[in-house]
Design a protein around this ligand. Structure first.
Ligand SMILES: Cc1cc2nc3c(=O)[nH]c(=O)nc-3n(C[C@H](O)[C@H](O)[C@H](O)COP(=O)(O)O)c2cc1C
Length: 156
């Protein structure tokens, strides 16, 4: 089985979840970079505005070739109870036909239900088969430990 974990991370938390998943299940990883400057307070405010107005963003790589993969994990931080623009852009650029997808989000407290349903619906319109989803609260927690628990829960 060939699996891949695709993620966007502004401050490293979603990256830590993605890397923990990849280590646990021996998957490849692909980070999606947002070419819009999202750093610092300015970047945060721009993020809030972009989410509100459904702004597009440029990403690198623009798409990921999924043909060699069986299961695809896709992860994003929650922004304003939605998915970060970089991951929505990636989903729009990819072909998920015949692929099983597990989606995950990280957040400081709330908004995962709306964010995951937005992401899952978009993946379904691109013919992906959502097999599971989970959310990790990243504030003041042991992120690898929570991630391993979430993976374990998926199996049971
Ligand atoms: C623009 C912006 C909006 C956010 N909105 C939410 C939110 O609605 N709910 C929440 O729980 N956390 C929110 N957060 C916090 C992040 O989701 C959380 O810290 C996440 O784990 C960060 O992941 P990262 O380090 O991979 O970027 C927001 C962060 C940013 C930058």
């Amino acid at each position: 089985m060939n699996d891949i974990v695709i993620y966007y991370s502004r401050t490293g938390k979603t990256k830590l979840v993605a890397k923990t998943i990849a280590k646990e299940i021996a998957a490849d990883t692909q980070e999606i970079k947002d070419l819009t400057n999202r750093s610092g307070l300015r970047g945060f405010v721009k993020g809030v505005i972009d989410i509100k107005f459904n702004a597009n963003t440029e990403i690198s790589p623009e798409r990921v070739d999924l043909k060699d993969y069986d299961t695809i994990y896709i992860g994003s931080p929650v922004w304003g109870a939605r998915i970060a623009p970089a991951i929505m852009q990636l989903v729009n650029n990819c072909d998920f036909e015949g692929k099983n997808i597990i989606t995950f989000v990280t957040m400081s407290g709330s908004g995962s239900d709306n964010a995951l349903s937005e992401l899952n619906n978009q993946i379904k319109t691109k013919k992906g088969n959502i097999t599971n989803s989970f959310a990790i609260i990243t504030k003041n927690t042991d992120i690898p430990k929570l991630t391993k628990k979430a993976l374990n829960d998926l199996e049971n």
